[in-house]
Write a protein that binds this ligand. Sequence first.
Ligand code: ADP
Length: 583
Amino acid sequence: MPLSFRALRLGLFVFFILAGMLFTAGWAMHHAKRQAMIEDAGRASQQLGLYANSLHTLIDRYRALPAVLALDPELIKALSSPVDKPVQDALNHKLERINSTANSSTLELLDSTGLAVAASNWRLPSTYVGSNYAFRPYFKQTQSQGTGRFYAVGVTSGVPGYFLSSAVQGENQRFLGAMVVKLEFPELEREWRQGSDILLVSDARGIIFIANQDGWRYRELKPLSREDRAELAVTRQYDKQPLVPLQHQVLNRFGDNSHLTRVQGPEGSTEYLWESLPLEAEGWTLHLLRKPQVSNAGRNAALAAAAVWLSLVFALLFISQRLRLARLRQRSREELKQLVEERTRDLRTAQEGLVQSAKLAALGQMSAALAHEINQPLTTQRMQLATLRLLLDNQRYDEARQALEPLEQMLTRMAALTGHLKTFARNSPSGLRERLDLATVVDQALQLLDTRIRAEQVEVALYLARPAWVRGDAIRLEQVLINLLRNALDAMAGKSYKRLEIRIELAADHWRLSVFDSGGGIPVEHLGNVFDPFFTTKPVGEGLGLGLAISYGIIHEAGGRLTVENQPGGACFAFTLPRDPEP
Ligand code: ADP
Protein backbone atom coordinates (compact mmCIF):
# COMPACT_ATOMS: atom_id res chain seq x y z
CA MET A 1 0.00 0.00 0.00
CA PRO A 2 1.52 3.40 -0.91
CA LEU A 3 2.53 5.52 2.05
CA SER A 4 0.40 8.53 1.12
CA PHE A 5 -2.72 6.35 0.86
CA ARG A 6 -2.02 4.84 4.25
CA ALA A 7 -1.48 8.30 5.76
CA LEU A 8 -4.72 9.49 4.17
CA ARG A 9 -6.58 6.50 5.59
CA LEU A 10 -5.12 7.11 9.04
CA GLY A 11 -6.02 10.79 8.80
CA LEU A 12 -9.59 9.97 7.82
CA PHE A 13 -9.82 7.50 10.67
CA VAL A 14 -8.59 10.03 13.25
CA PHE A 15 -10.95 12.61 11.76
CA PHE A 16 -13.84 10.14 12.08
CA ILE A 17 -13.01 9.46 15.75
CA LEU A 18 -12.67 13.16 16.59
CA ALA A 19 -15.76 14.19 14.64
CA GLY A 20 -17.77 11.39 16.24
CA MET A 21 -16.50 12.38 19.67
CA LEU A 22 -17.39 16.05 19.14
CA PHE A 23 -20.79 15.16 17.77
CA THR A 24 -21.72 12.80 20.63
CA ALA A 25 -20.31 15.22 23.23
CA GLY A 26 -22.24 18.11 21.67
CA TRP A 27 -25.41 16.10 21.43
CA ALA A 28 -25.12 14.88 25.04
CA MET A 29 -24.36 18.41 26.27
CA HIS A 30 -27.38 19.85 24.44
CA HIS A 31 -29.60 17.07 25.73
CA ALA A 32 -28.33 17.32 29.31
CA LYS A 33 -28.69 21.12 29.31
CA ARG A 34 -32.22 20.91 27.95
CA GLN A 35 -33.08 18.25 30.52
CA ALA A 36 -31.61 20.37 33.33
CA MET A 37 -33.60 23.35 32.07
CA ILE A 38 -36.84 21.35 31.91
CA GLU A 39 -36.28 20.28 35.51
CA ASP A 40 -35.51 23.88 36.48
CA ALA A 41 -38.62 25.05 34.64
CA GLY A 42 -40.68 22.49 36.57
CA ARG A 43 -39.40 23.87 39.86
CA ALA A 44 -40.03 27.46 38.71
CA SER A 45 -43.56 26.53 37.68
CA GLN A 46 -44.26 25.13 41.17
CA GLN A 47 -42.97 28.32 42.74
CA LEU A 48 -45.11 30.35 40.40
CA GLY A 49 -48.16 28.49 41.73
CA LEU A 50 -47.22 29.60 45.26
CA TYR A 51 -46.86 33.24 44.19
CA ALA A 52 -50.23 33.07 42.42
CA ASN A 53 -51.80 31.75 45.60
CA SER A 54 -50.44 34.59 47.71
CA LEU A 55 -51.83 37.13 45.21
CA HIS A 56 -55.22 35.37 45.17
CA THR A 57 -55.37 35.29 48.95
CA LEU A 58 -54.62 38.99 49.16
CA ILE A 59 -57.31 39.96 46.67
CA ASP A 60 -59.86 37.51 48.09
CA ARG A 61 -59.39 39.01 51.51
CA TYR A 62 -60.79 42.36 50.25
CA ARG A 63 -63.25 41.11 47.66
CA ALA A 64 -66.17 41.01 50.13
CA LEU A 65 -65.37 44.35 51.76
CA PRO A 66 -67.17 46.72 49.29
CA ALA A 67 -70.15 44.36 49.10
CA VAL A 68 -70.58 44.34 52.87
CA LEU A 69 -70.12 48.13 53.14
CA ALA A 70 -72.64 48.70 50.34
CA LEU A 71 -75.31 47.18 52.61
CA ASP A 72 -74.68 49.77 55.35
CA PRO A 73 -78.02 51.67 55.86
CA GLU A 74 -76.10 54.85 56.70
CA LEU A 75 -74.44 54.84 53.30
CA ILE A 76 -77.65 53.96 51.51
CA LYS A 77 -79.44 56.77 53.29
CA ALA A 78 -76.66 59.27 52.56
CA LEU A 79 -76.75 58.52 48.84
CA SER A 80 -80.53 58.60 48.67
CA SER A 81 -80.51 62.42 48.88
CA PRO A 82 -77.89 65.06 48.01
CA VAL A 83 -74.99 64.84 50.44
CA ASP A 84 -74.47 67.91 52.60
CA LYS A 85 -71.30 68.83 54.46
CA PRO A 86 -72.09 67.28 57.89
CA VAL A 87 -73.12 63.98 56.25
CA GLN A 88 -69.98 64.04 54.13
CA ASP A 89 -67.80 64.60 57.22
CA ALA A 90 -69.48 61.76 59.01
CA LEU A 91 -69.00 59.49 55.98
CA ASN A 92 -65.34 60.51 55.62
CA HIS A 93 -64.64 59.64 59.23
CA LYS A 94 -66.48 56.38 58.99
CA LEU A 95 -64.61 55.31 55.85
CA GLU A 96 -61.32 56.39 57.40
CA ARG A 97 -62.01 54.22 60.44
CA ILE A 98 -63.05 51.17 58.48
CA ASN A 99 -60.10 51.56 56.10
CA SER A 100 -57.59 51.58 58.90
CA THR A 101 -59.29 48.60 60.57
CA ALA A 102 -59.51 46.58 57.32
CA ASN A 103 -55.96 47.58 56.40
CA SER A 104 -56.99 48.39 52.83
CA SER A 105 -55.36 51.21 50.86
CA THR A 106 -58.34 53.50 50.31
CA LEU A 107 -62.14 53.36 50.63
CA GLU A 108 -64.33 55.72 48.60
CA LEU A 109 -68.01 56.21 48.02
CA LEU A 110 -69.21 57.31 44.59
CA ASP A 111 -72.70 58.61 43.94
CA SER A 112 -74.79 57.58 40.93
CA THR A 113 -72.91 60.05 38.69
CA GLY A 114 -69.48 58.66 39.61
CA LEU A 115 -68.63 61.62 41.89
CA ALA A 116 -66.65 60.71 45.00
CA VAL A 117 -68.78 61.99 47.85
CA ALA A 118 -66.61 60.55 50.61
CA ALA A 119 -63.21 58.82 50.89
CA SER A 120 -60.96 57.49 53.61
CA ASN A 121 -58.14 59.77 52.41
CA TRP A 122 -60.21 62.96 52.84
CA ARG A 123 -57.40 64.50 54.89
CA LEU A 124 -54.82 64.27 52.10
CA PRO A 125 -54.33 66.93 49.41
CA SER A 126 -54.61 64.14 46.87
CA THR A 127 -57.97 63.05 48.23
CA TYR A 128 -60.48 61.47 45.88
CA VAL A 129 -63.35 63.48 47.34
CA GLY A 130 -64.80 65.75 44.75
CA SER A 131 -63.36 63.89 41.73
CA ASN A 132 -65.54 62.14 39.25
CA TYR A 133 -64.66 58.56 38.26
CA ALA A 134 -67.50 57.82 35.92
CA PHE A 135 -64.98 57.19 33.13
CA ARG A 136 -63.41 54.27 35.03
CA PRO A 137 -64.54 50.88 33.78
CA TYR A 138 -65.19 49.57 37.29
CA PHE A 139 -67.83 52.25 37.80
CA LYS A 140 -69.52 51.30 34.56
CA GLN A 141 -69.31 47.60 35.45
CA THR A 142 -70.84 48.29 38.87
CA GLN A 143 -73.59 50.31 37.29
CA SER A 144 -74.49 47.54 34.87
CA GLN A 145 -73.51 44.34 36.70
CA GLY A 146 -73.52 45.22 40.39
CA THR A 147 -69.79 44.73 40.90
CA GLY A 148 -66.62 45.93 39.20
CA ARG A 149 -62.89 45.43 39.29
CA PHE A 150 -60.09 47.27 37.59
CA TYR A 151 -56.39 47.77 37.97
CA ALA A 152 -55.33 51.31 37.26
CA VAL A 153 -52.99 54.08 38.17
CA GLY A 154 -54.78 56.54 40.36
CA VAL A 155 -55.56 59.67 38.35
CA THR A 156 -55.59 61.77 41.45
CA SER A 157 -52.91 60.08 43.56
CA GLY A 158 -50.75 58.68 40.77
CA VAL A 159 -50.47 55.49 42.83
CA PRO A 160 -51.48 52.31 41.00
CA GLY A 161 -53.90 49.89 42.63
CA TYR A 162 -56.65 47.39 42.17
CA PHE A 163 -60.16 48.82 42.47
CA LEU A 164 -62.91 46.48 43.66
CA SER A 165 -66.38 47.96 43.74
CA SER A 166 -69.97 47.05 44.69
CA ALA A 167 -73.23 48.82 43.85
CA VAL A 168 -75.07 50.67 46.64
CA GLN A 169 -78.69 50.06 45.94
CA GLY A 170 -81.79 51.86 47.27
CA GLU A 171 -85.38 50.76 47.20
CA ASN A 172 -86.36 48.56 44.26
CA GLN A 173 -82.69 47.95 43.59
CA ARG A 174 -82.22 51.51 42.38
CA PHE A 175 -78.55 52.28 41.68
CA LEU A 176 -77.47 54.88 44.17
CA GLY A 177 -73.74 54.72 43.74
CA ALA A 178 -70.67 52.51 44.22
CA MET A 179 -68.63 51.51 47.23
CA VAL A 180 -64.98 51.16 46.12
CA VAL A 181 -61.94 49.68 47.85
CA LYS A 182 -58.50 50.30 46.38
CA LEU A 183 -55.73 47.78 47.00
CA GLU A 184 -52.11 48.64 46.46
CA PHE A 185 -49.43 45.98 46.29
CA PRO A 186 -46.24 47.59 47.62
CA GLU A 187 -45.94 44.99 50.34
CA LEU A 188 -46.46 42.15 47.93
CA GLU A 189 -43.86 43.58 45.59
CA ARG A 190 -41.48 44.01 48.51
CA GLU A 191 -42.06 40.44 49.56
CA TRP A 192 -41.53 39.16 46.01
CA ARG A 193 -38.37 41.19 45.72
CA GLN A 194 -36.60 38.87 48.17
CA GLY A 195 -35.85 36.11 45.68
CA SER A 196 -33.56 36.46 42.69
CA ASP A 197 -36.42 35.60 40.31
CA ILE A 198 -38.21 38.32 38.38
CA LEU A 199 -41.99 38.26 39.01
CA LEU A 200 -44.34 40.12 36.74
CA VAL A 201 -48.13 40.44 36.44
CA SER A 202 -49.55 41.44 33.08
CA ASP A 203 -53.12 42.36 32.22
CA ALA A 204 -55.26 40.90 29.44
CA ARG A 205 -53.61 43.25 26.92
CA GLY A 206 -50.13 42.02 27.86
CA ILE A 207 -49.12 45.16 29.78
CA ILE A 208 -46.96 44.51 32.85
CA PHE A 209 -48.39 46.42 35.82
CA ILE A 210 -46.84 44.63 38.80
CA ALA A 211 -43.11 43.84 38.89
CA ASN A 212 -40.81 42.98 41.76
CA GLN A 213 -37.87 44.70 40.10
CA ASP A 214 -37.38 48.18 38.74
CA GLY A 215 -37.63 48.91 35.07
CA TRP A 216 -40.07 46.10 34.20
CA ARG A 217 -43.35 47.83 34.98
CA TYR A 218 -45.46 49.38 32.16
CA ARG A 219 -43.78 47.27 29.46
CA GLU A 220 -45.83 45.78 26.63
CA LEU A 221 -45.37 42.05 26.11
CA LYS A 222 -47.19 42.22 22.79
CA PRO A 223 -47.97 45.11 20.43
CA LEU A 224 -51.16 47.01 21.30
CA SER A 225 -53.86 47.42 18.70
CA ARG A 226 -55.25 50.82 17.79
CA GLU A 227 -58.52 50.03 19.63
CA ASP A 228 -56.59 49.03 22.74
CA ARG A 229 -54.74 52.35 22.73
CA ALA A 230 -57.94 54.29 22.24
CA GLU A 231 -59.60 52.47 25.14
CA LEU A 232 -56.59 53.02 27.37
CA ALA A 233 -56.84 56.73 26.65
CA VAL A 234 -60.50 56.74 27.69
CA THR A 235 -60.14 54.65 30.85
CA ARG A 236 -56.81 56.31 31.73
CA GLN A 237 -55.86 52.91 33.10
CA TYR A 238 -52.15 53.67 33.16
CA ASP A 239 -52.82 57.38 32.95
CA LYS A 240 -49.62 59.26 32.14
CA GLN A 241 -47.27 56.26 32.34
CA PRO A 242 -45.41 55.77 29.06
CA LEU A 243 -45.74 52.14 27.79
CA VAL A 244 -42.55 50.68 26.30
CA PRO A 245 -42.47 47.42 24.32
CA LEU A 246 -40.42 44.57 25.86
CA GLN A 247 -38.45 42.84 23.12
CA HIS A 248 -38.25 39.11 23.66
CA GLN A 249 -37.58 36.08 21.50
CA VAL A 250 -38.33 32.46 22.36
CA LEU A 251 -35.20 30.29 21.93
CA ASN A 252 -36.45 26.94 23.21
CA ARG A 253 -39.96 25.90 24.10
CA PHE A 254 -40.60 23.32 26.86
CA GLY A 255 -44.38 23.69 27.07
CA ASP A 256 -47.25 26.13 26.38
CA ASN A 257 -46.29 28.34 29.29
CA SER A 258 -42.63 27.43 29.64
CA HIS A 259 -39.73 28.51 27.45
CA LEU A 260 -36.19 29.77 27.26
CA THR A 261 -36.34 33.36 26.05
CA ARG A 262 -33.86 36.05 25.19
CA VAL A 263 -35.14 39.36 26.62
CA GLN A 264 -33.95 42.90 25.93
CA GLY A 265 -34.81 43.89 29.48
CA PRO A 266 -33.59 46.57 31.82
CA GLU A 267 -30.42 44.53 32.37
CA GLY A 268 -29.68 44.35 28.65
CA SER A 269 -29.94 41.23 26.52
CA THR A 270 -30.34 38.26 28.88
CA GLU A 271 -31.60 34.69 28.61
CA TYR A 272 -34.36 33.67 31.01
CA LEU A 273 -36.36 30.59 31.76
CA TRP A 274 -39.83 32.09 31.41
CA GLU A 275 -42.80 30.49 33.16
CA SER A 276 -46.32 31.94 32.85
CA LEU A 277 -49.50 31.17 34.78
CA PRO A 278 -52.86 32.66 33.74
CA LEU A 279 -54.95 33.98 36.66
CA GLU A 280 -58.45 33.25 35.34
CA ALA A 281 -60.39 35.17 38.03
CA GLU A 282 -58.69 38.51 37.30
CA GLY A 283 -57.89 37.95 33.62
CA TRP A 284 -54.22 38.50 34.41
CA THR A 285 -51.09 36.48 33.82
CA LEU A 286 -48.35 35.89 36.37
CA HIS A 287 -44.81 35.52 35.00
CA LEU A 288 -41.65 34.18 36.59
CA LEU A 289 -38.31 34.86 34.88
CA ARG A 290 -35.28 32.99 36.12
CA LYS A 291 -31.72 33.01 34.81
CA PRO A 292 -30.84 29.47 33.69
CA GLN A 293 -28.44 27.87 36.14
CA VAL A 294 -24.94 27.28 34.91
CA SER A 295 -24.67 23.64 35.90
CA ASN A 296 -21.92 21.14 35.36
CA ALA A 297 -24.49 18.66 34.06
CA GLY A 298 -23.86 19.64 30.42
CA ARG A 299 -20.10 19.45 30.71
CA ASN A 300 -20.25 16.19 32.65
CA ALA A 301 -22.64 14.67 30.12
CA ALA A 302 -20.35 15.79 27.28
CA LEU A 303 -17.32 14.25 28.99
CA ALA A 304 -19.23 11.04 29.74
CA ALA A 305 -20.51 10.83 26.15
CA ALA A 306 -17.00 11.43 24.78
CA ALA A 307 -15.68 8.71 27.09
CA VAL A 308 -18.42 6.30 26.03
CA TRP A 309 -17.77 7.09 22.37
CA LEU A 310 -14.01 6.57 22.74
CA SER A 311 -14.51 3.33 24.70
CA LEU A 312 -16.89 2.13 22.01
CA VAL A 313 -14.46 2.99 19.20
CA PHE A 314 -11.54 1.38 21.02
CA ALA A 315 -13.58 -1.71 21.90
CA LEU A 316 -14.49 -2.05 18.21
CA LEU A 317 -10.87 -1.51 17.22
CA PHE A 318 -9.76 -4.10 19.76
CA ILE A 319 -12.28 -6.65 18.53
CA SER A 320 -11.42 -6.08 14.86
CA GLN A 321 -7.71 -6.34 15.70
CA ARG A 322 -8.34 -9.61 17.55
CA LEU A 323 -10.33 -10.93 14.61
CA ARG A 324 -7.58 -9.94 12.19
CA LEU A 325 -4.95 -11.55 14.40
CA ALA A 326 -7.04 -14.70 14.69
CA ARG A 327 -7.40 -14.77 10.88
CA LEU A 328 -3.65 -14.26 10.46
CA ARG A 329 -2.90 -16.91 13.05
CA GLN A 330 -5.24 -19.34 11.33
CA ARG A 331 -3.56 -18.63 8.00
CA SER A 332 -0.04 -19.02 9.36
CA ARG A 333 -1.10 -22.22 11.15
CA GLU A 334 -2.33 -23.60 7.85
CA GLU A 335 0.83 -22.47 6.07
CA LEU A 336 2.96 -24.03 8.80
CA LYS A 337 1.06 -27.28 8.59
CA GLN A 338 1.57 -27.35 4.85
CA LEU A 339 5.27 -26.60 5.31
CA VAL A 340 5.64 -29.36 7.90
CA GLU A 341 3.90 -31.81 5.57
CA GLU A 342 6.20 -30.83 2.69
CA ARG A 343 9.32 -31.12 4.86
CA THR A 344 8.18 -34.47 6.26
CA ARG A 345 7.68 -35.71 2.72
CA ASP A 346 11.14 -34.48 1.73
CA LEU A 347 12.70 -36.01 4.83
CA ARG A 348 11.01 -39.31 4.22
CA THR A 349 12.32 -39.40 0.66
CA ALA A 350 15.79 -38.47 1.91
CA GLN A 351 15.61 -41.08 4.64
CA GLU A 352 14.59 -43.76 2.19
CA GLY A 353 17.53 -42.76 0.00
CA LEU A 354 19.86 -43.01 2.99
CA VAL A 355 18.50 -46.41 3.97
CA GLN A 356 19.22 -47.61 0.49
CA SER A 357 22.77 -46.22 0.37
CA ALA A 358 23.53 -47.56 3.85
CA LYS A 359 22.41 -50.96 2.71
CA LEU A 360 24.61 -50.74 -0.35
CA ALA A 361 27.55 -49.70 1.83
CA ALA A 362 26.87 -52.64 4.10
CA LEU A 363 26.64 -54.88 1.07
CA GLY A 364 29.98 -53.66 -0.16
CA GLN A 365 31.57 -54.41 3.18
CA MET A 366 29.92 -57.75 3.31
CA SER A 367 30.85 -58.81 -0.20
CA ALA A 368 34.38 -59.88 0.77
CA ALA A 369 33.11 -62.04 3.58
CA LEU A 370 30.42 -63.40 1.29
CA ALA A 371 32.88 -64.26 -1.42
CA HIS A 372 34.85 -66.15 1.17
CA GLU A 373 31.71 -67.75 2.57
CA ILE A 374 30.55 -68.92 -0.85
CA ASN A 375 33.97 -69.83 -2.26
CA GLN A 376 34.82 -72.18 0.54
CA PRO A 377 31.69 -74.37 0.25
CA LEU A 378 32.02 -74.27 -3.54
CA THR A 379 35.55 -75.70 -3.33
CA THR A 380 34.36 -78.27 -0.80
CA GLN A 381 31.40 -79.13 -3.02
CA ARG A 382 33.60 -79.52 -6.09
CA MET A 383 35.79 -81.93 -4.12
CA GLN A 384 32.76 -83.77 -2.77
CA LEU A 385 31.29 -84.05 -6.29
CA ALA A 386 34.56 -85.66 -7.44
CA THR A 387 34.34 -88.06 -4.50
CA LEU A 388 30.71 -88.72 -5.41
CA ARG A 389 31.57 -89.48 -9.01
CA LEU A 390 34.27 -91.98 -7.82
CA LEU A 391 31.79 -93.64 -5.44
CA LEU A 392 29.19 -93.92 -8.22
CA ASP A 393 31.81 -95.30 -10.63
CA ASN A 394 32.57 -97.98 -8.04
CA GLN A 395 28.86 -98.53 -7.48
CA ARG A 396 29.15 -97.70 -3.85
CA TYR A 397 25.62 -96.27 -3.78
CA ASP A 398 25.05 -96.21 -0.06
CA GLU A 399 28.17 -94.22 0.58
CA ALA A 400 27.34 -92.00 -2.38
CA ARG A 401 23.88 -91.23 -0.84
CA GLN A 402 25.57 -90.40 2.48
CA ALA A 403 28.05 -88.13 0.75
CA LEU A 404 25.10 -86.23 -0.87
CA GLU A 405 23.73 -85.16 2.53
CA PRO A 406 26.38 -82.57 3.52
CA LEU A 407 26.26 -81.31 -0.07
CA GLU A 408 22.54 -80.74 0.20
CA GLN A 409 22.95 -78.98 3.59
CA MET A 410 25.60 -76.70 2.18
CA LEU A 411 23.39 -75.80 -0.81
CA THR A 412 20.43 -75.03 1.45
CA ARG A 413 22.62 -72.74 3.56
CA MET A 414 23.97 -70.93 0.52
CA ALA A 415 20.46 -70.52 -0.87
CA ALA A 416 19.33 -69.04 2.43
CA LEU A 417 22.28 -66.67 2.43
CA THR A 418 21.66 -65.36 -1.06
CA GLY A 419 17.94 -65.20 -0.40
CA HIS A 420 18.53 -62.88 2.56
CA LEU A 421 20.93 -60.75 0.61
CA LYS A 422 18.31 -60.35 -2.09
CA THR A 423 15.65 -59.18 0.28
CA PHE A 424 18.15 -56.99 2.16
CA ALA A 425 19.16 -55.18 -1.01
CA ARG A 426 15.55 -54.65 -2.08
CA ASN A 427 14.16 -51.20 -1.51
CA SER A 428 11.11 -51.96 0.62
CA PRO A 429 8.18 -49.56 0.60
CA SER A 430 8.00 -47.53 3.79
CA GLY A 431 5.08 -47.89 6.11
CA LEU A 432 4.72 -51.64 5.63
CA ARG A 433 3.14 -53.10 8.76
CA GLU A 434 2.99 -56.84 8.44
CA ARG A 435 2.61 -59.14 11.41
CA LEU A 436 5.98 -60.67 12.29
CA ASP A 437 7.89 -62.49 15.02
CA LEU A 438 10.85 -60.52 16.40
CA ALA A 439 12.68 -63.77 17.30
CA THR A 440 12.66 -64.85 13.65
CA VAL A 441 14.13 -61.46 12.69
CA VAL A 442 16.95 -62.13 15.19
CA ASP A 443 17.52 -65.59 13.67
CA GLN A 444 17.81 -64.21 10.17
CA ALA A 445 20.16 -61.39 11.17
CA LEU A 446 22.39 -63.83 13.04
CA GLN A 447 22.40 -66.12 10.03
CA LEU A 448 23.63 -63.27 7.82
CA LEU A 449 26.44 -62.46 10.23
CA ASP A 450 27.18 -66.07 11.13
CA THR A 451 30.51 -66.20 9.25
CA ARG A 452 31.88 -63.14 10.98
CA ILE A 453 30.67 -64.25 14.39
CA ARG A 454 32.35 -67.59 14.01
CA ALA A 455 35.53 -66.11 12.52
CA GLU A 456 35.86 -63.66 15.38
CA GLN A 457 34.98 -66.32 17.96
CA VAL A 458 32.22 -64.39 19.60
CA GLU A 459 30.16 -66.05 22.31
CA VAL A 460 26.50 -65.48 21.57
CA ALA A 461 23.89 -65.77 24.35
CA LEU A 462 20.24 -65.68 23.31
CA TYR A 463 17.31 -65.12 25.70
CA LEU A 464 14.49 -64.89 23.23
CA ALA A 465 10.84 -65.02 24.16
CA ARG A 466 9.15 -66.45 21.11
CA PRO A 467 6.97 -65.89 19.32
CA ALA A 468 7.18 -62.13 19.93
CA TRP A 469 4.50 -60.73 17.63
CA VAL A 470 4.78 -57.14 16.52
CA ARG A 471 3.70 -55.13 13.47
CA GLY A 472 6.32 -53.71 11.11
CA ASP A 473 8.50 -54.21 8.07
CA ALA A 474 10.61 -57.38 8.51
CA ILE A 475 13.39 -56.28 6.17
CA ARG A 476 13.79 -52.93 7.86
CA LEU A 477 13.77 -54.44 11.36
CA GLU A 478 16.38 -56.96 10.19
CA GLN A 479 18.46 -54.06 8.92
CA VAL A 480 18.22 -52.40 12.37
CA LEU A 481 19.33 -55.60 14.04
CA ILE A 482 22.22 -56.11 11.60
CA ASN A 483 23.34 -52.53 12.33
CA LEU A 484 23.26 -53.14 16.08
CA LEU A 485 25.04 -56.49 15.77
CA ARG A 486 27.69 -55.16 13.41
CA ASN A 487 28.38 -52.21 15.71
CA ALA A 488 28.66 -54.64 18.64
CA LEU A 489 31.09 -56.84 16.68
CA ASP A 490 33.09 -53.73 15.65
CA ALA A 491 33.29 -52.58 19.27
CA MET A 492 34.55 -55.99 20.43
CA ALA A 493 37.04 -56.35 17.57
CA GLY A 494 40.18 -55.74 19.61
CA LYS A 495 38.93 -57.34 22.84
CA SER A 496 39.98 -60.64 24.22
CA TYR A 497 36.60 -61.40 25.78
CA LYS A 498 33.80 -61.24 23.23
CA ARG A 499 30.27 -61.91 24.33
CA LEU A 500 27.08 -60.88 22.61
CA GLU A 501 23.80 -61.08 24.53
CA ILE A 502 20.47 -60.70 22.76
CA ARG A 503 17.21 -60.60 24.71
CA ILE A 504 13.57 -60.37 23.83
CA GLU A 505 11.32 -59.66 26.86
CA LEU A 506 7.75 -58.57 27.41
CA ALA A 507 7.43 -55.17 29.13
CA ALA A 508 3.72 -54.42 29.75
CA ASP A 509 2.20 -54.12 26.28
CA HIS A 510 5.57 -53.78 24.51
CA TRP A 511 8.24 -56.21 23.34
CA ARG A 512 11.74 -55.08 24.30
CA LEU A 513 14.70 -56.28 22.25
CA SER A 514 18.19 -55.56 23.63
CA VAL A 515 21.69 -56.20 22.29
CA PHE A 516 24.46 -56.14 24.89
CA ASP A 517 28.14 -56.51 24.02
CA SER A 518 31.44 -56.64 25.90
CA GLY A 519 33.04 -53.95 23.74
CA GLY A 520 33.69 -51.54 26.65
CA GLY A 521 30.76 -49.18 25.98
CA ILE A 522 30.47 -45.71 24.49
CA PRO A 523 32.45 -42.74 25.89
CA VAL A 524 30.06 -40.60 27.95
CA GLU A 525 30.65 -37.52 25.77
CA HIS A 526 29.48 -39.48 22.72
CA LEU A 527 26.35 -40.95 24.31
CA GLY A 528 24.19 -38.06 23.16
CA ASN A 529 25.45 -38.15 19.57
CA VAL A 530 25.40 -41.75 18.48
CA PHE A 531 21.99 -41.38 16.83
CA ASP A 532 23.05 -38.28 14.91
CA PRO A 533 23.48 -38.83 11.18
CA PHE A 534 27.14 -39.07 10.09
CA PHE A 535 28.40 -39.44 13.62
CA THR A 536 31.08 -42.08 13.56
CA THR A 537 34.28 -42.87 15.42
CA LYS A 538 35.39 -45.38 12.82
CA PRO A 539 38.20 -44.72 10.35
CA VAL A 540 37.32 -43.25 6.95
CA GLY A 541 36.04 -45.94 4.61
CA GLU A 542 34.77 -48.17 7.40
CA GLY A 543 31.93 -46.14 8.95
CA LEU A 544 29.35 -43.84 7.38
CA GLY A 545 27.75 -42.81 10.67
CA LEU A 546 24.32 -43.57 9.21
CA GLY A 547 23.52 -46.97 10.71
CA LEU A 548 22.09 -45.80 14.06
CA ALA A 549 20.43 -42.70 12.61
CA ILE A 550 18.53 -44.82 10.10
CA SER A 551 17.77 -47.48 12.70
CA TYR A 552 16.38 -44.82 15.01
CA GLY A 553 14.08 -43.57 12.24
CA ILE A 554 12.87 -47.06 11.38
CA ILE A 555 11.98 -47.92 14.99
CA HIS A 556 10.31 -44.58 15.49
CA GLU A 557 8.22 -45.11 12.38
CA ALA A 558 7.15 -48.55 13.61
CA GLY A 559 5.81 -46.91 16.79
CA GLY A 560 8.73 -47.75 19.09
CA ARG A 561 11.82 -46.17 20.64
CA LEU A 562 15.52 -47.00 20.22
CA THR A 563 17.72 -46.20 23.25
CA VAL A 564 21.28 -46.77 24.39
CA GLU A 565 22.98 -47.06 27.76
CA ASN A 566 26.35 -48.17 29.04
CA GLN A 567 26.34 -51.26 31.21
CA PRO A 568 29.28 -52.86 33.03
CA GLY A 569 31.48 -54.23 30.27
CA GLY A 570 29.85 -52.68 27.27
CA ALA A 571 27.01 -50.90 25.51
CA CYS A 572 23.40 -51.98 25.52
CA PHE A 573 21.17 -50.91 22.62
CA ALA A 574 17.48 -51.66 23.02
CA PHE A 575 14.26 -50.94 21.22
CA THR A 576 10.62 -51.46 22.11
CA LEU A 577 7.71 -52.15 19.80
CA PRO A 578 4.00 -52.36 20.63
CA ARG A 579 2.90 -55.92 21.17
CA ASP A 580 0.53 -57.24 18.52
CA PRO A 581 -2.20 -59.25 20.23
CA GLU A 582 -2.35 -63.00 19.55
CA PRO A 583 -4.57 -63.67 16.57
P1 ADP B 1 29.00 -46.37 11.87
O1 ADP B 1 28.83 -47.73 12.39
O2 ADP B 1 28.98 -46.26 10.40
O3 ADP B 1 30.02 -45.58 12.53
P2 ADP B 1 26.60 -45.97 13.36
O4 ADP B 1 25.57 -44.93 13.29
O5 ADP B 1 26.13 -47.36 13.25
O6 ADP B 1 27.64 -45.62 12.26
O7 ADP B 1 27.38 -45.83 14.71
C1 ADP B 1 27.79 -44.54 15.13
C2 ADP B 1 28.86 -44.66 16.18
O8 ADP B 1 28.32 -45.14 17.39
C3 ADP B 1 29.96 -45.57 15.92
O9 ADP B 1 30.96 -44.97 15.11
C4 ADP B 1 30.48 -45.91 17.32
O10 ADP B 1 31.38 -44.93 17.76
C5 ADP B 1 29.30 -45.84 18.16
N1 ADP B 1 28.78 -47.17 18.49
C6 ADP B 1 27.73 -47.76 17.94
N2 ADP B 1 27.50 -48.98 18.51
C7 ADP B 1 28.43 -49.13 19.49
C8 ADP B 1 28.71 -50.18 20.46
N3 ADP B 1 28.00 -51.32 20.51
N4 ADP B 1 29.77 -50.01 21.27
C9 ADP B 1 30.51 -48.86 21.22
N5 ADP B 1 30.30 -47.84 20.32
C10 ADP B 1 29.25 -47.97 19.47
